[in-house]
Design a protein around this ligand. Sequence first.
Ligand code: UGA
Length: 443
Amino acid sequence: MEMAVVGLGHVGSVMAAALATQGHGVLGVDVDSQKIELLSQGRAPLHEPDFEALLQDALSSGNLRLAIPGEVKGLGGIVFMAVSTPPSPDGGIDLSQVQSALHWVRSIARTGATIAMKSTVPPGTGRSLMAGPLKGSGLLYAANPEFLREGKAVEDWLQPHRVVIGGDEPAAIEALRQLYARVDAPIIVTDTTTAEMIKYSANAFLATKISFINQIASLCDRLGADVETVARGLGTDPRIGSQFLSAGLGYGGSCFPKDVRALDFLSKENGYAFELIRAVVDVNNRQRQLPLAALRKEFESLSGVRVALLGLAFKPNTDDVREAPALDIIEYLLEEGAEVRAADPVAVDHARQFVPDSVTMARSAMEVLEDAQAVILVTEWPQFKELPWDRVARIMVEPRFVFDGRNALDGRLLRSLGFLYRGVGRGLTSERATDAAVLRSLG
Ligand code: UGA
């Protein structure tokens, strides 16, 4: 089947390469000529496990061609739109990249081609595009939202949990049905706006789960319960499910924060108060202040206190720092006069543009832990979880305060090594249990 992918960011580049390895002739288009150059050499412009190998397979199969718009003569079959839809200052979504890409597609696509919208657009967008810029174009339109996660994008594309096809024209739906015919996952076929709504609801629901467990964690801290065990107890109920119940510094990234805010914005625009989603946002913003509150309890003043942050990326296995908790935490610490250093295995280069020069950054944790009085685990990279904490105890200095912002470390072990350990919602019980164990071992 002839197809093109317009916009080669995280979603676009992975799906273009994957579709090509699945035997389709794919044209990948992006306005960024450097990106096209890099991809054409089989090199990944982003950190995404397994992507580079997939890209190289796609290129060597001869099924993937890459071009800037000026080099493209015509488009037909299915044209996937995967350009970025960043947040706009008013809390809505900036659709300018979608609009200009569609303008170009319209000028070059053959009548009967199907535009499949992969970019996350607010519910209602598809219908306004059909009634506006695409009216009379002879092009078909379908919403085909994408659910892949950064860091697991290849796996998610190859083994999706579901495929959603939303269209108001049977021929558009049929084109996509054929494409996904061999996918082993439920296919949900609906109208355009409902498909768009599924995407927003999925992200908003997952974000709600995170803010919910984070509020339970705050209560656990106050009551002396352990949120990790509470989450296990909750998650074993299949009606609840065990995923997205990890308490911590909250969600970040290019999707949840913007989609949740946009849903709030869209609700207001339509005269509806979505109180729950507002609370999800507020709780998430507050989570980022937890390390600061914990540090303030241990240090009279943070002025001159040497604090090491472990993790800059918004989650492990990506170099993406968009809306990453680390960036806010660094800002809060600097405002209080702390001396901040930060480590991340892959995100240092991306973070540099947002972090002042006064913050020392390194790829390895050990480099930033020397002499530090406090450490904050922000991103649960495996290499941070597996640090030789006995050595860390020797290179850090009193009070060796550890704020485990992802509940990823072994609190008991750290306490036994002389660290002052604090987690999120696991404070009191584990602390009491450890204190009791320490007392017993002291006789
Ligand atoms: C998310 C969705 O999971 C994808 O299905 C969706 O396609 C994508 O957004 C998108 O709309 O493009 P992603 O942003 O890559 O994917 O990241 P997630 O793995 O979902 O994690 C989001 C954030 O939630 C991270 O900051 C993570 O640390 C945080 N999180 C996740 C928690 O704080 N607790 C949890 O239990 C799970």
